[in-house]
Design a protein around this ligand. Structure first.
Ligand code: HEM
Ligand SMILES: *[C@@H]1O[C@H](CO)[C@@H](O)[C@H](O)[C@H]1NC(C)=O
Ligand SMILES: *[C@@H]1O[C@H](CO)[C@@H](O)[C@H](O)[C@H]1NC(C)=O
Length: 472
């Protein structure tokens, strides 16, 4: 009798829970949408792969059915998806007031609970200033010759190989440069390959946070542990050293950490280093790979871009002197080309926030504590702003800046959380293109196709051969 009672109660509780799942509490009108199955929600559809540059079928179908703002549920949480330019803009502007940066448990566990995205308010601003000291425009100016040297040396090495896989090779190049700046890392000397620990990381980041051997999440956590223990050892060694001459960014962070009354903790410092090592190479290498893929497929763009870079050499007194900051700033078509590349790349398929209090917008109400996902692809592929949005057309950026730019371009995010590394990424891509286009040509060999799950990947890589230009 008692057990029957319990069964009945449990059944009642479950059906109530399922009812609540489909009908979340709200003091107003929630955006339309479907919540899918309890717990799994609509995760399976969300993560199902697509092979085009277009908005993922998951989002597209729901935009058509429910409009630009809709509700769904992913990995056990209710979620509002915004494809509305005004709402996205509002979300970015209200950072730390009505919305706060928020990422799923899997991301927090892997990137660290005190990583920069998990810091808010003045401590976030303080850490951001530190990072800008490394990759802000002033420092990039000084870094320019080094960035060029790395690109030249790398291209030279690549040109001796029959073929290289560009995604992997460019990730390696970028990691080499930033890891040197961050921790004086020299891949020749150290026998433990730090970067290897970031393999399969992206898959782990957007996965179900189930920590059992065999899952991508587990692999990523293991990788995190190994890198973190390396960083911890480094931190302790450096703190013990008596003579302190800051040589890299980690030294600078430790200096801040050792200041009286500092806001920084050891945990924050380690999570910051861990995040920067990762954020720097994974995103920019995708942009570089796609840039060359687009150039391979669009001879007119290749022609104009090559002319721009050859012109820089022609206008110089000494063609062999290094790039100057003025020359870099003068690469007009290159910047249009990079904008177009990251527009279509949609390297960040979603930007997550949590509501700090109840939100009312365009007649909808979103309760406090809900998750909201800004969906950049829906903005970047909006035909009302970008005509024939799936065409790769760098010329569309001529005079585009006036067109309410910040609402319609969010490849690097927006508001207070705008990507601190955006300028760094752009310099690296532009300088790489400069060195490539003035001295080399290339042949696409195989691969180059993409898959989105919804993060962009190159399932077969992109294999190319780099050849020295014939000097005639
Ligand atoms: C093409 C390359 C890149 C793309 C597309 C990209 C994209 C983004 C986006 C969309 C955000 C905003 C996230 C949010 O609002 O929640 C962001 C933030 C961030 N990015 Fe990048 N990024 C790139 C390169 C880099 C590089 C090279 C670095 C390394 C210095 C970097 C470091 C960061 C950091 C630390 C944040 C967090 C900023 C904050 O919370 O205030 N990114 N990035
Ligand atoms: C690493 O070693 C290779 C050859 O083993 C050499 O060509 C390269 O210059 C070295 N790189 C650094 C940064 O020392
Ligand atoms: C690239 O996009 C940004 C944001 O819309 C804009 O401010 C900038 O002017 C664009 N650059 C070019 C060269 O069009």
């Amino acid at each position: 009798m008692l057990s029957l009672c319990i069964v009945a109660l449990v059944a009642l509780a479950i059906s109530h829970w399922i009812y609540r799942w489909w009908n979340p509490r709200c003091n107003g009108k929630l955006p339309p949408g479907s919540m899918g199955l309890p717990l799994i929600g609509e995760s399976l559809h969300f993560f199902s792969p697509s092979t085009s540059f277009d908005i993922s079928p998951f989002i597209k179908k729901r935009m058509e059915r429910f409009g630009p703002i809709f509700k769904t549920s992913l990995v056990g949480r209710p979620l509002i998806v915004s494809t509305d330019p005004d709402f996205n803009h509002y979300i970015f502007q209200q950072e730390n007031k009505l919305f706060q940066c928020w990422y799923p448990d899997s991301v927090r566990e892997i990137l660290g609970r005190e990583n920069m995205a998990a810091l808010h308010g003045f401590i976030h601003i303080y850490v951001k200033k530190m990072v800008l000291n490394l990759v802000g425009p002033e420092n990039l100016k000084d870094m320019l010759p080094e960035i060029q040297q790395v690109a030249e040396r790398t291209l030279q090495q690549w040109s001796h190989a029959d073929s290289i896989e560009l995604k992997e090779a460019s990730a390696s190049m970028i990691f080499g440069l930033t890891a040197k700046k961050l921790i004086s890392y020299d891949s020749n000397e150290s026998n433990e390959d730090i970067r290897g620990n970031y393999d399969s990381f992206i898959r782990g980041l957007i996965s179900f946070p189930l920590d059992v051997p065999g899952t991508a999440f587990h692999e990523s956590l293991q990788g995190r542990k190994r890198v973190l223990s390396r960083l911890k050892n480094m931190l302790h060694e450096r703190r013990e050293k008596l003579v302190k001459q800051p040589v890299d960014f980690f030294d600078y962070v430790i200096e801040e950490l050792d200041k009286d009354g500092t806001l920084l903790t050891e945990g924050m410092s380690l999570d910051l280093m861990f995040l920067l090592l990762f954020a720097s190479f994974e995103t920019t290498s995708v942009a570089m790979t796609l840039a060359l893929k687009f150039l391979s497929d669009h001879p007119l763009a290749l022609k104009q871009l090559t002319e721009e870079h050859e012109m820089i050499l022609k206008q110089r007194v000494d063609a062999d002197s290094g790039l100057t900051w003025e020359e870099y700033k003068s690469m007009t078509f290159t910047f249009q080309f990079i904008n177009e590349t990251v527009r279509l790349a949609n390297i960040a398929p979603g930007i997550f926030r949590k509501t700090m209090s109840q939100i009312s917008f365009k007649g909808y109400t979103i309760p406090a504590g809900w998750t909201v996902m800004v969906c950049p692809p829906a903005i970047h592929l909006n035909p009302a702003i970008y005509e024939n949005p799936l065409d790769f057309n760098p010329w569309r950026w001529e005079g585009m800046g006036r067109n309410d730019a910040s609402k319609n371009f969010m490849a690097f995010g927006g508001g207070m959380r705008f990507c601190v590394g955006a300028d760094f990424a752009k310099v690296q891509v532009a300088v790489f293109l400069h060195c490539l286009l003035t001295k080399y040509r290339w042949k696409a060999i195989r691969g180059g196709n993409i898959v989105r799950t919804p993060g962009i990947q190159f399932p077969d890589g992109f294999h190319i051969q780099i050849l020295k230009k014939d000097i005639c």
